[in-house]
Design a protein around this ligand. Structure first.
Ligand code: HEC
Length: 146
């Protein structure tokens, strides 16, 4: 019995971790972090370069010498980061369509107003809050590189 309760409880914790935080876009920014842990730039770089999770390089290019194929459908990431601070980047990654309803960039942290979502992904965001924060932490480091 005890075991069962513990099991149910651990499920609750897992479900809770996946709860999508409410995001408030103030001006052109989201000031509140989407995770309790600070963003990790090393993990963020891996997400940006990944063809399974971030997919950013499908459209964007950036300082990734190991990636031969990078996109040319979107601004180069380093140039964008030179113009945008962390809260501005957060808002754009959470929901690019807020800024341009016609954009081809996916809304990485939305569960509603999406098109053609496969059944198993309904109610889920493309990246979780921690992953978004990791991506932002990585992007910010691009500002300090030449
Ligand atoms: C399917 C293509 C596509 C993918 C995938 C994509 N983007 Fe974009 N992104 C765009 C386009 C196009 C724009 C230009 C804004 C617009 O559409 O009006 C943009 C804009 C941006 C901007 C704002 C740039 C600026 O200078 O204003 C940032 C930051 C950004 N993307 C980051 C990312 C990150 C990080 C990822 C991966 C997690 C990503 N994008 C994935 C297409 C994409």
């Amino acid at each position: 019995m005890r075991k069962r309760v513990a099991l149910a409880f651990s499920w609750l914790v897992i479900l809770n971790l996946n709860v999508v935080h409410a995001q408030v876009i103030t001006g052109d920014s989201i000031f509140e972090s989407l995770s309790s842990e600070a963003g990790n730039p090393v993990r963020g770089r891996a997400i940006v370069a990944s063809r399974q999770t971030g997919l950013c390089l499908l459209c964007h290019s950036g300082p990734f010498p190991e990636e031969r194929f990078q996109g040319n459908l979107a601004p180069e990431l380093k140039a964008s980061v030179a113009r945008l601070n962390a809260p501005q980047l957060r808002a754009r990654i959470v929901n690019a369509a807020h800024f341009n309803p016609q954009t081809i960039m996916p809304a990485y942290y939305q569960t509603s107003h999406l098109n053609r979502v496969a059944a198993k992904f309904v109610g889920q965001t493309m990246l979780n809050g921690q992953e978004i924060e990791d991506v932002i932490a990585f992007l910010i480091t691009l500002n300090n590189q030449n």
